[in-house]
Design a protein around this ligand. Sequence first.
Ligand SMILES: C[S@@+](CC[C@H](N)C(=O)[O-])C[C@H]1O[C@@H](n2cnc3c(N)ncnc32)[C@H](O)[C@@H]1O
Length: 420
Amino acid sequence: MNLLAKEDQLVKNAALHLEKSENKLVIDAYNELLKFYAEMIKQNEGNFDKLHRFFYKIGQVQEELGHRYQRMEGEGSLRQKEHFSEAVRAYLDALKMSQHCEGLSQARRAEYHLRLGALFYLHNLGNPEKHFKLAMELSQESVFYLVGLISVKKESSRMSEYILKEASAFSSDIHEDGSMETPIPYLKNVVETTDFIYALPAKGIYRLLRDKYGLEGGKILDVGTGPGPFALALAKNLPASFRMIAYDVSEKMLALARGRADGLRIKMDFSLGPIIDPGAPLGEKNALPFEDGSIDFIVSHGSMHHWGGGNSNPAAVAMMLKELHRILKPGGGMLIYDINPRGILTKLMVRFHLLRKLGGEYQDKAFAHSVEHSFKREEIVQLAKQCGFNEYQVYFAKPLFPIGLSFHVLEVKKKNERIG
Ligand SMILES: C[S@@+](CC[C@H](N)C(=O)[O-])C[C@H]1O[C@@H](n2cnc3c(N)ncnc32)[C@H](O)[C@@H]1O
């Protein structure tokens, strides 16, 4: 078995136990992975590209182990601390190796610093400011770094003042009227300021459509499109043979999306559908306005946790997934990006009310509510399986930094019909 396949198998094994909440087996599986990476490090001495990747992976596995022990033994347990410290060590090593890697993006280096800063801050391990500041220097443009940075220290510290100044320069529109009572203009501003973030995964998704799903054209549906940032970013990166359908339950959101869809190479449609009512049967007022098997690929970003009408209502989400399964072509796939309630940035944002600082009370509360109603990896997998998707995988939105710090992605595939 080649090494990539071996790694894949070990990761899948861990995911399988995670899904069943078999804590002891999850821990064993992660330890196997750690052994594998340690061996890889030995075998790849001097190969900095590989070394930095393996240290990065070790950091992530150690973080996962920290979270496991946190769950089993409570915050502050010794083993939890040990694993978070090991994660810090691994990220520092990754960072060291990365100095020797030509062509490694600034964003990746910034990510190491942000991860280090967050670990230091959340687990009282060291000096978070230094790392947040370095992350910021490496990648000035990301509002997410600013969000991370704002969390550092008390509001009166010099560091916070500096960060807040930077943040408000970056998002001055948001603060213009001083109130955030109406989310729509806020969302519009944020979306426009953060369009570049949505553009990050777009090229990768096109490659996935082409290489894994064999799609050279076809209908792509964006579920819960909101003001359309994800649909638009994808539309800009797809050949003219594709067609994008931006779908939402809100007229206002669709109007915003429509207003931003000028000058596209591909055709884009806008479609309004029903808010799912789990009390009503499937296929009547809960039916999505698309024919069976009529969609080649489905994407969704930051919307799944709303499918239960704002609450994590698995019955409503399952109905939605069943509908999505119905309208998807056999062999077609779906990528759902949504808030990872265990994500490091998610936790920072909630714990330190970061959106209150950037966007006001409304956004802060809305985000905390969303996090509360977002699904954990194992819950998502469970739902996908129940709804007929035979192949599924949940991963962090890597390497799509910074989204990967607070989002995860579910990729599912609908079974191919048997031929003959
Ligand atoms: C937080 S916004 C995300 C918008 C956009 N995709 C983004 O990433 O910025 C969530 C969107 O999901 C929509 N939504 C909620 N329930 C839905 C459902 N059952 N079907 C489709 N869209 C839904 C909301 O109207 C809202 O526009």
